[in-house]
Design a protein around this ligand. Structure first.
Ligand code: 7RM
Length: 632
């Protein structure tokens, strides 16, 4: 069984071992899984290329380890506890045996539709259990899943499908969100019209049963293709380094990149971190509120919990339907033991007042988790007092799509917690701070750029179709290290606090977004000449989106602002719509023509008093104009 850390001494001892002999440490963890054929080397790596491999030549299937392995003693235990959007509808429970049967049926159906090992399958689905089932079905037959968050636009979906050259899209007819039904099949139809030429089949899961437009050539109903299939499907024998999934994430330049994770290392690391970060005990009900469209949902709704044989709760709906007590109602109803959510949700629910959580019995909660962005002190204390009643340690977990699993976090009941500090690295994680020259800052009480020195099993292997981009973004900034893109501080006792991105990536409600991506979308408006997007502090969202726009031949009014927002919605999705749009006649530029974003960030953050020296700009005069018409 995966090691479960018992106490502080145990943590320190494991951490020491993991740094002194990483291979021995991970070999021991990896051996707790079922391998069809043993690996013959634990790890080889070269950060220059980069080329990282774990568990070389080992043969396995992650779904065998998620499901089949547990059937001997947990066949009747609930694996997935699915809570519907509408609380008046019944929750649905899938035992490990039932999950096995559903995954096999789906896997056989995918095969019958021509999906083979290595083919890419894109998902565009709400949080229905069929999403988890079909993701696992892909993994079972060796197909590569790429889940696209169902809030993205048709254009964004088509971009991802085309980059992955997917053979199939799996979607639902409609997505239930609160009181609304959102047409998701329609978005897929639009994406199919824009691009998606590689797609042979669109498999449609019937969620609401409302009418959809049908394309008889490519569209297939889930219930017609899957329901009659056999409940037995032998797991495909996968190499540890075969691709498991691609997940698109934003960077500081260009289009989102497809982060690639492979089977073996991802399995070992997500299980190890799940079991330890949440101190999961048999019988516990664990709930992560993320969407499976993000990495958090992949690692800590689906894979980590199932690998550990846990009961994972999956919620279809939104935190505010039928009212802002929904999360707490679910915690009470299902006696949730570990609750994992994002600071933006905590802040939004905090703003609804204490009376709401006070109405519910939250005494089952033992551990509270936070992920996705820095958690501010006020939200941390509210979460601790009002939800955890001071009895449930908060694990402020820092990690990334690229890291596959949680990297820096307190361990509940084992290490201490300090508000806003992600605190200590997991065993196996050599987190360091460096200065801009790449020199390691070894002392405490310093601030620097967060890097990781040695590979861990679930480090990204490449960015799909563009290995050079992977090298440039993550491995070329500092020799011999993985660069996270985050800035961090280490306190006097060695705890780490992750401050935020140091590149042009912003974090809006826990959604990662490249400012360049939003600019490209805004620039699609025919009357926009140029734009610049920065983040600014936002009370609920963490960061808001502030856009400076230069335009021509248009009245600079709210109607135009709405048009720009609509373009962004069309190009990326509603999550990328600017909160504020300031019309300007110029942007502050250096003599080499680079936009001085530092100045734009300060003005947007209502900190124009501290602009510093602007005299070296090509156009210093524009700064006064920007300040005068700033929307702060
Ligand atoms: C899991 C996830 C990654 C970026 C990362 C950080 C920020 C995430 C925390 C955090 C401070 C945290 N993957 N971030 N967790 N910042 N404290 N606990 O969010 O790829 O979507 O985003 O999110 O900037 O680089 S992600």
């Amino acid at each position: 069984m995966t090691t479960q850390i018992r106490d502080l001494d145990h943590y320190k001892e494991l951490y020491r071992q993991s740094v002194e002999s990483p291979e021995q440490f991970w070999d021991k963890e990896a051996k707790t899984f079922t391998w069809f054929k043993a690996y013959d080397e634990v790890c080889t790596w070269d950060f220059e290329k980069p080329a990282v491999k774990w568990f070389l030549n080992g043969k396995m299937n992650i779904t065998y380890n998620c499901i089949d392995r547990h059937l001997a003693d947990k066949a009747d235990q609930v694996a997935i506890l699915w809570e519907p959007n509408d609380p008046k509808d019944e929750a649905v429970r899938y035992t490990y045996q039932e999950l096995h049967d559903e995954v096999c049926k789906c896997a056989n159906g995918l095969k019958a539709l021509g999906i083979e090992k290595g083919d890419r399958v894109v998902f565009y689905m709400p949080m229905v259990a069929e999403l988890a089932i079909a993701v696992l079905a892909c993994a079972r037959i060796g197909a590569v899943h790429s889940v696209v968050f169902a809030g993205f636009s048709a254009q964004a979906l088509a971009d991802r499908v085309d980059d992955a050259k997917a053979k199939m899209i799996i979607c639902s007819d409609f997505n239930k969100r609160g009181a609304k039904n959102i047409a998701v099949k329609e978005v897929v139809d639009q994406a199919m019209n824009i691009g998606c030429k590689s797609v042979e089949t669109v498999l449609v899961h019937q969620n609401t049963g409302a009418e959809v437009t049908w394309n008889t050539e490519k569209d297939k109903w889930w219930h017609k293709e899957i329901n009659h299939q056999s409940t037995i499907c032998a797991p495909e024998e996968m190499d540890a380094e075969d691709m498991l999934f691609i997940l698109y994430t934003s960077g500081s330049t260009g289009k989102p990149k497809g982060v690639v994770h492979t089977c073996g290392g991802y399995m070992v690391y997500t299980c190890f971190t799940f079991k330890n970060v949440f101190q999961y005990q048999p019988g516990d009900i664990y709930w992560c509120t993320a969407d499976i469209g993000w990495i958090t949902g992949h690692s800590y709704i689906v894979y980590g919990p199932l690998l550990a044989g846990a009961t994972t709760l999956m919620f279809e709906g939104v935190p505010t339907f039928p009212d802002a007590g929904r999360f707490w109602e679910i915690c009470e109803k299902h006696k949730v033991n570990q609750f994992y959510t994002a600071p933006t949700a905590i802040r939004a629910l905090m703003a609804c007042g204490d009376d709401i959580p006070n109405k519910y019995d939250l005494s089952s909660i033992k551990v509270l988790g936070s992920v996705g962005e820095p958690i501010n002190e006020e939200a941390w204390h509210w979460y601790d007092k009002k939800i955890g009643k001071g009895n449930a340690p908060i694990v402020d977990t820092w990690w990334q799509t690229e890291t596959g699993g949680i990297m820096i976090t307190p361990l509940p009941g084992i290490t201490d917690t300090k508000p806003t500090f992600a605190s200590y690295p997991m065993p196996g994680i050599q987190a360091v701070l460096v200065n801009s020259e790449g020199q390691e800052l070894k002392e405490n009480n310093v601030e620097g750029l967060l890097c990781i020195k040695h590979p861990w099993p679930s480090i990204l292997r490449t960015t799909y179709g563009d290995h050079e981009r992977c090298r440039q973004v993550y491995f070329s900034p500092f020799k011999g290290m993985y660069f996270t893109g985050d800035g961090a501080r280490r306190d006097e006792d060695g705890r780490i606090r992750v401050i935020g991105r140091v590149d042009d990536v912003i974090n809006v409600s826990g959604h990662r977004m490249g400012t360049a991506e939003v600019e490209n979308a805004i620039n699609e408006h025919p009357q926009v000449i140029e734009s610049a997007v920065v983040g600014y502090p936002h009370e609920i969202k963490g960061q808001g989106i502030y856009a400076y726009v230069i335009s021509q031949g248009k009245a600079l009014d709210d109607a135009f602002r709405k048009e720009i927002s609509d373009v962004v919605r069309r190009e990326i999705g509603p999550i990328a719509k600017p909160d504020k749009i300031q019309f300007v006649t110029g942007l502050p530029k250096t003599r080499s023509g680079k936009i001085m974003r530092r100045i734009l960030r300060k003005i947007a953050s209502n900190d124009a008093a501290n602009l510093g020296d602007v005299s070296t700009l090509l156009n210093p005069d524009v700064v006064e104009e920007l300040k005068k018409s700033a929307l702060v």
